[in-house]
Design a protein around this ligand. Structure first.
Ligand SMILES: Nc1nc2c(ncn2[C@@H]2O[C@H](COP(=O)(O)OP(=O)(O)O[C@H]3O[C@H](CO)[C@@H](O)[C@H](O)[C@@H]3O)[C@@H](O)[C@H]2O)c(=O)[nH]1
Ligand SMILES: [Mg+2]
Length: 266
């Protein structure tokens, strides 16, 4: 058997119905050669919805897929990190279970990872429209959240949950420096991993699909969690002394943004 070079990690909570279509579409997209050197790992938080049996069936049918079931921990970021640390491959990709991240784009991420330490699936690229059908308030929240991350990274879609990295950079970072609480694990890694300063991030445009099975696990709490995570990342990157300056600058910008929205509406 060929050695595993690539690992695709999928955090999953109550995703039984998405497991089979994701697995079959992913390995079909990988094709013969890539399939031999790629493993797929679901990290499930004890959903007890038949996900384990579904993965076992696929494994018996010859797919290189397994499932880690956590019983003592819950949460998206920590699930992703657990999968990354257990992965055998040097090239790691993280994607959602619900097919909002197209499995057909994974080979592109894996290819780009050969040349970039970190690769980000982006929904903000020419020809990709994510938010044209979104209501105004959703677009404002999304763009506002993206703006707030601008000082931390040059990436065009810091909120993306579709990304990849070379494992050696993960192993160079102290385990306890990574935030297992925040929802935006890619942003945390882009800020904290010791990536080389020149050209660290490659981008792959993709269209964010619509979830057809199961429900989103994001709630209003996520906005607060994101702000807490941002605060931690600002301190990490710029130091506590600079935090106040940033809060002042961002408050002014947010007030200006609200003013612009208000005047365009009324
Ligand atoms: N193991 C585990 N998995 C989880 C948990 N919470 C969510 N997941 C899994 O994480 C993936 C994303 O969860 P969704 O509930 O589908 O989130 P979303 O609203 O579609 O958010 C996605 O898009 C955002 C961009 O708008 C991303 O920022 C976010 O990271 C995620 O990719 C899914 O596969 C879901 O099963 C958890 O507590 N534990
Ligand atoms: Mg989703």
């Amino acid at each position: 058997m060929a050695a595993i070079e690539n690992s695709v990690i999928v955090p999953a909570y109550h995703e039984k119905l998405n497991i089979k279509p994701l697995t079959t579409r992913l390995f079909a997209a990988l094709g013969n050669e890539f399939s031999k050197t790629t493993e797929l790992i679901f990290v499930d938080d004890n959903s007890q919805d038949g996900s384990v049996e579904e993965v076992d069936k696929l494994h018996k049918n010859g797919y290189n897929v397994r499932i880690i079931v956590r019983t003592d921990e819950r949460g998206l970021s920590s699930a992703v990190l657990r999968g990354f640390y257990e992965a055998k491959g040097e090239y790691l990709v993280c994607m959602d279970a619900d097919l909002q991240h197209p499995p057909e784009s994974v080979p592109q991420l894996l290819e780009k990872l050969r040349n970039y330490p970190f690769v980000l699936g982006t929904r903000y690229a020419p020809g990709v429209g994510i938010d044209k059908d979104w209501p105004l308030h959703r677009r404002i929240i999304s763009n506002g959240a993206r703006c707030l991350a601008k000082p931390l990274t040059s990436a065009s879609d810091p909120m993306s949950g579709f990304f990849g990295l070379q494992k050696k950079y993960l192993l160079e970072a102290p385990k306890d420096s990574l935030n297992a609480e925040g929802f935006k694990v890619a942003l945390d890694l882009m800020v904290k991993l010791p990536l080389p300063p020149k050209d660290p991030i490659g981008e792959v445009p993709f269209s964010f699909g619509v979830r057809t099975e199961g429900e989103s696990k994001l709630s209003g709490k996520v906005i607060v969690q994101y702000l807490v995570q941002l605060k931690e990342l600002y301190i990490y990157r710029f130091g506590a002394a600079n935090l106040l300056t940033f809060i002042v600058i961002w408050s002014v910008l947010i007030m200006y943004l609200l003013f612009v929205i208000y005047s365009s509406l009324f």
